[in-house]
Design a protein around this ligand. Structure first.
Ligand code: ZN
Length: 402
């Protein structure tokens, strides 16, 4: 292990040129001196985070950045978050990510997050679901906000189910968003029927629940997706010969960390949104780098603002990431033998409000990394840098000097 490294991961930051920004992308338009400094002092390139044939989701993308090869090892979002929450999975348990969503009276999926439902309400609703519907076949687990879990128990269930990702399916009729079997097995057929029945019964219950009355976007429906069995990732230490740490608000990223034996720092007040505890994340990163070789600092807020389609909030979230995460960590570690990388996990073009698979811009700097000609961090300039196109474990190996 030659060098320590910090990866700044800005979830969903990459975007496209927008007429209202005079042809600039949000990253180009936002004031981002700290990220620009990494680009100017070091090298730039692009990274492939979403390989073909996999869901275009953050768990796949972040596994790619860390070099865990989702092409071979992707267990599904449900299992990753189950590991993060310490939910025990038996060998034939199928874990599903289970959003609380808002479906309007005309049966259209209106909000994948039930209005970014608060933790207290979502936990109460999930606990009420468990009390009413939990049995030897199914268990409901509360998570963070709309991001909850459902586990189906036993060999009669299959994980080979096709599903619609709720944040990519907003404003579509739910009749067109039903799960379907991916194979001809009786288990897959049974699982679909079981879920549809569970959906009908829980919808009745949630609609009448007192906590869902008088709300603009109540959590009145469950949305199970990305099922799978307990994950089996190569431990970080075995893959890279050093210790890794993860700092994130969201279970999906913490789950990748836990499933690969990285240290997962719990930051009080980390919300996954603009009101997150930025200083807490900075403090955790500076603590972690003392005893770990690679520290992964993930911020979710930019992705959420992109899915909301709110350009003003996205610009704010990008500037907050730059000023409240990248800048103070870089300043605190000035002169030390630490490499830095900054990149998004995938684009969320604000016009589309969905993830796209375009390779993301990447900038790296460090004591022994010489500068290329790129002077700012952007989607358009990064591909012209000397780093070229990276994939797999190339970024982590490069940063650690392997
Ligand atoms: Zn993401």
């Amino acid at each position: 292990m030659k060098t320590k490294a910090i990866i700044f991961l800005a979830d969903g930051m990459a975007d496209e040129a927008l007429p209202e920004l005079n042809g600039k992308t949000p990253l180009e338009a936002a004031n981002t001196p700290a990220m620009d400094a990494i680009a100017r002092q070091g090298k730039n390139g692009t990274f492939l985070t979403l390989p073909a044939g996999l869901p275009t989701s953050s768990d796949v993308a972040n596994m790619s950045v860390l070099g865990f090869y989702p092409e071979k090892n992707y267990p599904g979002r449900g299992p990753i978050e189950a590991v993060s929450q310490g939910v025990p999975l038996k060998s034939d348990d199928v874990a599903w990510r289970c959003n609380l969503v808002y479906v309007s009276d005309d049966d259209v999926l209106r909000d994948y997050s039930a209005g970014h439902i608060d933790n207290e309400t979502s936990t109460a609703l999930m606990n009420a679901l468990e009390e009413e519907f939990g049995n030897e076949d199914v268990t409901f687990y509360p998570g963070v906000s709309y991001r909850n879990l459902l586990v189906l128990h036993g060999k009669k269930f299959s994980k080979n189910i096709d599903y619609f990702k709720p944040d990519s399916s907003q404003d579509e009729p739910i009749a067109q968003l039903q799960p379907s079997p991916l194979d001809n097995s009786p288990e897959a057929k049974f699982t679909v029927e079981f879920l549809q029945d569970l959906d009908r019964r829980t919808a009745e219950f949630l609609k009448k629940h007192p906590l869902n009355q008088g709300k603009a976007a109540p959590g009145n429906r469950i949305w199970p997706w990305s099922p799978g069995y307990a994950p089996a990732l190569t431990p970080f230490e075995q893959a890279y010969g050093g210790k890794g740490a993860v700092i994130s608000a969201v279970d999906v990223i913490k789950g990748i960390g836990k499933a690969s034996g990285m240290t997962v720092y719990e930051v009080p007040g980390a919300t996954g949104f603009l009101d997150t505890n930025y200083q807490g994340k900075v403090d955790a990163a500076l603590e972690a780098i003392k005893t770990h070789d690679l520290v992964y600092v993930h911020v979710e807020a930019i992705d959420e603002c992109s899915h909301l389609g709110d350009l003003k909030l996205k610009l704010q979230a990008i500037e907050d990431f730059d000023a409240k995460i990248v800048a103070p960590i870089r300043k605190a570690l000035e002169g030390q033998n630490v490499n830095f990388a900054v990149l998004p996990d995938h684009p969320v073009p604000i016009k589309l409000r969905k993830h796209t698979t375009t390779p993301v811009p990447l900038a790296v700097c460090g004591p022994e990394i010489t500068a290329d000609a790129v002077d700012t961090f952007s989607e358009n300039k990064a591909p012209t840098g000397e780093l070229g196109f990276l994939k797999g474990n190339e970024l982590v190996r490069y940063l650690l000097g392997l």
